[in-house]
Design a protein around this ligand. Structure first.
Ligand code: UDP
Length: 327
């Protein structure tokens, strides 16, 4: 069986990727510090606790499992936090990825699938966000991910480490079987926060800014179902296994939803009121991030069939009601 090292396999997207990898016949080995991840979420393969910046620990794990590929999810990913604590993002994301790539080269691994973000594009009015669009991030999270993309290109030239980079738009929804799900502590993402507000786990959802230049004044995002997202990762992995060239793919649907539209859909799915407060803008937020590319569909044969807003909220709500991980 082919072994894949999954950094961040105890996190939201990484745990869904492990489930999909196992289903496809791979052995996913989770490498996670558990700073933001949950050991309960590691259900589909071995678990190795470790920090991305710990070269000796990484070397040990590469030597033990000799993975043929890495899926690299482990990262800090909160836009707001990255504005207040940029050093955390440069240390964890950039230095951590550098250490990982050095260990991967040392361990003889040839392929890496990397989680990047549409936040690398920044706030570009009237620009089609396809993979060739210039990257001008406006927050430290996006800057850290753009730096890692550059690092991957340099490592390929020097060491032959091949990559597929996925620039995610907003990931949402959960495993429909609710074996794994989305659970951040603290939670900062819109859909789980809306569901928390509906369930009375918090007082109200604060809308961050109602004066954006959009039809209803709130930010617009392109939401993709986590199961569709991880399916793209399997396709990206197979792409590299087939010896194809390193490539960047956007993962979004091309359809945008405003914050208010997401709240309305959550009301429709749950049939419950969403308590809402209108607040100021959150620093670092772009007005609109919607994918303008169909490259993943055309070249990988990806079909984001589950990425309907209603479906994403239904799947998230099922998980939300079924319980959570414990430390
Ligand atoms: N958002 C909001 N209230 C919240 C959390 C998020 O209005 O409590 C907005 C946020 O400003 C952004 C959108 O919802 O416009 C999606 O934010 P999220 O943090 O889920 O993802 P991001 O786009 O930052 O990756």
């Amino acid at each position: 069986m082919t072994t894949v090292l999954v950094t961040g396999g105890a996190g939201y997207i990484g745990s869904h990727a492990c489930k999909m990898l196992a289903r496809e016949g791979y052995t996913p080995v989770t490498y996670d510090s558990l700073v933001t991840g949950w050991q309960d979420a590691v259900k589909f393969g071995p678990f190795e606790k470790g920090d991305l910046c710990d070269r000796a620990r990484l070397d040990e794990v590469f030597a033990t499992y000799q993975p043929t590929a890495v899926m690299h999810f482990a990262a800090l990913s909160q836009v707001g936090e990255s504005m207040n604590h940029p050093a955390r993002y440069w240390r964890n994301n950039v230095e951590g990825s550098l250490t990982l790539l050095q260990a991967a080269v040392g361990g003889g691994t040839q392929n890496i699938v990397f989680s990047s973000t549409c936040a690398t594009y920044g706030d570009q009015d009237n620009v089609v966000l396809d993979e060739d669009c210039p990257q001008h991030p406006i927050n430290a999270y996006g800057s850290s991910k753009r730096a890692i993309e550059d690092m991957l290109r340099d490592f390929e030239v020097a060491h032959g480490l091949r990559h597929v980079i996925f620039r995610y738009f907003n990931v949402a929804g959960c495993d429909p079987e609710a074996e794994v799900g989305e659970f951040h502590q603290p939670e900062t993402h819109l859909i789980p926060l809306v569901l928390d507000a509906i369930a009375g786990k918090r007082d109200a959802l604060t809308i961050f800014g109602t004066d954006y230049d959009t039809p209803d004044g709130t930010c617009i995002r392109d939401y993709v179902h986590v199961m569709d997202l991880v399916e793209a990762h399997i396709k990206g992995l197979k792409w590299l296994e087939q010896g194809k060239e390193s490539r960047v793919f956007n993962l979004g649907t091309g359809t945008g939803f405003s914050v208010r539209e997401v709240i309305e859909q959550a009301h429709a799915v749950t049939n419950r009121e969403v308590p809402v407060i209108e607040g100021p803008r959150r620093p670092g937020d772009c007005t609109k991030l919607v994918s303008g590319s169909t490259r993943a569909e055309e070249e990988l044969g990806w079909a984001p069939g589950r990425s309907k807003m209603r479906q994403m909220i239904e799947d998230a709500w099922r998980w939300h009601q079924s319980g959570h991980y414990e430390k």
